[in-house]
Design a protein. Structure first.
Length: 520
């Protein structure tokens, strides 16, 4: 049973998020008729601070803040792949997201599939990009609910049975209403509370852990003994040579995949200029430092002897917080992590709805739909996505959502050639890109399922096969098919669609007159 003071501070944080959501309509209001761009992208009017808050709040999800320390708690060093992977994301966002924002703004694109449709003149290719994004996003949305449930259960705030289900529904109901009414502005304003609450509460937890356990050295030594080693150097807290290829490819592949997710692109498209996107990308490492500290708390939970339930390592940090912190501060931490789930969940539902409306409904069902009707359909789909996520969590095992999310990461990486490569060259033939996507999806799914839903797969035979990230292996095969297919199709003279963007058809370097610098 939860402590009264813990419950009070938890409800205060959730109540603050609800009050902020009510004021969302005041965030940079624009006197325009309803449009999908206005609802889904806040009229592309977010400045540097709001863009940084929204991007960070969207990328760094509540499930990440529980899963990464849970992985560190159970496996040690491999969990910290998330730190270099989110560091790699920053320069990628600086280059890719800025360029994509510029093209999208000039042509009125709202989704990545809009860009693909314009770049290659291929409705089928745009459709598979949109459907892949939706397919990869839905289990990711469900995982945010699993993160909330793990936190609330560890703190005694999640009653058993139907009462617990009602708590989850109540938490999501306010978010659903605010998002339905105000679109992206709702998670944007809540992201400010998320940043303050998470940064403050995490600093307090880490300070308390270091004070109680005698510094970082004592934490790592204690964790090393728990993992079966005599000291840090001889334990699973350090990567073995056999683990390094898996670690490196998982970090690289995850970074390439992250910027392809519709919710990340939606948060980036809401910026008011490419300069704003660049500023936000430069400041994103502050969120990465936050993630590293959460990973450290997983090690601390191991050192203090926290016993997470079997198959529930993501509860390790909430259990550590409940053990070490006074009840009011523990409630603050649990509230912060819960709010941390509401922001990405809202953006994910908006992104999935926008992709469906722009690239499925308007393209194939109702081409003459007015902007007002598009917004109305997007609101309905967004609400349906949230309801579906809640039903998914209640109706299936937690492991089912986790398995689907692992597959989602592999799937979303397969649109990288069409979107990211397409930003710099239009030479790849759309039919070859479709063939590469098909091969990558089939290969990636087969590799993950064959290994019992593990994203790390062995390649090669013998005593020591190389273990790498399945998504990256599938992407390399995808690119190979796309390049080879383009050569064959061009030789056969197969026509391609018209490019309606103003991007160069091939990667070139031009010299800026004022600086003399070469730019792509």
């Amino acid at each position: 049973m939860a402590d009264g003071a813990m419950t009070t501070t938890f409800l205060a944080v959730i109540g603050g998020a609800s009050l902020l959501a009510v004021t969302a309509r005041r965030l940079r209001p624009v006197d325009r008729l309803p449009s999908l761009e206005g609802w889904a992208l806040a009229d592309r009017g977010l400045g540097p601070v709001w863009t940084w808050l929204l991007l960070g709040g969207t990328i760094f999800t509540a499930y990440t803040f529980t899963a990464v320390p849970g992985l560190a708690y159970g496996n040690g060093a491999p969990a910290f792949f998330a730190v270099p992977y989110t560091v790699i994301v920053c320069p990628l966002a600086f280059v890719l997201l800025t360029r994509l924002w510029s093209v999208a703004r000039r042509h009125g694109y709202v989704t990545a599939a809009d860009f693909v449709r314009g770049r290659y003149g291929s409705p089928p290719l745009a459709l598979v990009v949109a459907l892949t994004g939706i397919l990869a996003t839905m289990p990711y949305l469900a995982l945010q609910l699993l993160g909330i449930r793990a936190v609330l259960t560890a703190g005694g705030l999640y009653p058993r049975g139907a009462a617990g289900d009602l708590v989850m529904v109540a938490l999501f109901a306010g978010l659903a209403v605010a998002t339905y009414r105000h679109g992206l502005r709702a998670p944007a304003v809540i992201s400010a509370l998320k940043a303050v609450a998470v940064f403050v509460s995490l600093t307090a937890v880490c300070w308390l852990v270091l004070e109680r356990l005698g510094g970082p050295g004592a934490v790592f030594e204690g964790a090393a003994r728990r993992l079966g080693g005599t000291d840090t150097a001889g334990s699973a807290l350090l990567l073995s040579p056999e683990q390094q290829p898996a670690y490196a490819t998982l970090a690289l592949g995850s970074a390439l995949a992250l910027l392809m997710y519709p919710h990340v692109l939606t948060a980036g498209f809401a910026a008011d200029s490419p300069r704003t996107v660049r500023k936000a990308a430069v400041a994103l490492p502050a969120w990465t430092a936050l993630l590293a500290l959460f990973g450290f708390l997983g090690i601390a939970a191991l050192a203090t002897g926290v016993r997470a339930p079997e198959g529930g390592a993501e509860s390790a940090v909430p259990m550590l917080v409940d053990r070490l912190m006074p009840a009011p501060l523990a409630g603050l931490v649990f509230g912060a992590i819960t709010v941390g789930a509401l922001v990405p969940a809202a953006v994910m539902s908006i992104a999935a709805a926008t992709s469906f409306v722009r690239n499925v409904y308007v393209e194939y069902v109702h081409p003459t739909a007015t902007p007002k009707r598009q917004v109305r359909i997007a609101k309905a789909v967004s609400l349906t996505a949230k309801v579906g996520a809640v039903a998914f969590v209640f109706g299936l095992r937690d492991q089912d959502a986790i398995n689907l999310q692992l597959l989602g990461g592999v799937w979303i990486l397969q649109i990288f050639p069409a979107v990211a490569v397409g930003l710099f060259t239009g030479r790849l033939h759309p039919r070859a890109l479709l063939a590469g996507w098909t091969v990558g999806m089939v290969c990636g799914t087969y590799l993950v399922v064959r290994e019992g839903f593990s994203s790390i797969v062995p390649l090669g035979t013998g005593a020591g096969p190389l273990e790498i990230y399945a998504g990256l292996a599938a992407l390399l095969l995808n690119l190979t098919v796309a390049v080879a297919g383009t050569a064959v199709l061009e030789r056969l003279g197969v026509p391609r669609g018209a490019d309606s963007t103003d991007l160069p058809s091939r990667l070139t370097a031009r010299r800026r007159p004022e600086t003399g610098a070469n730019t792509p």
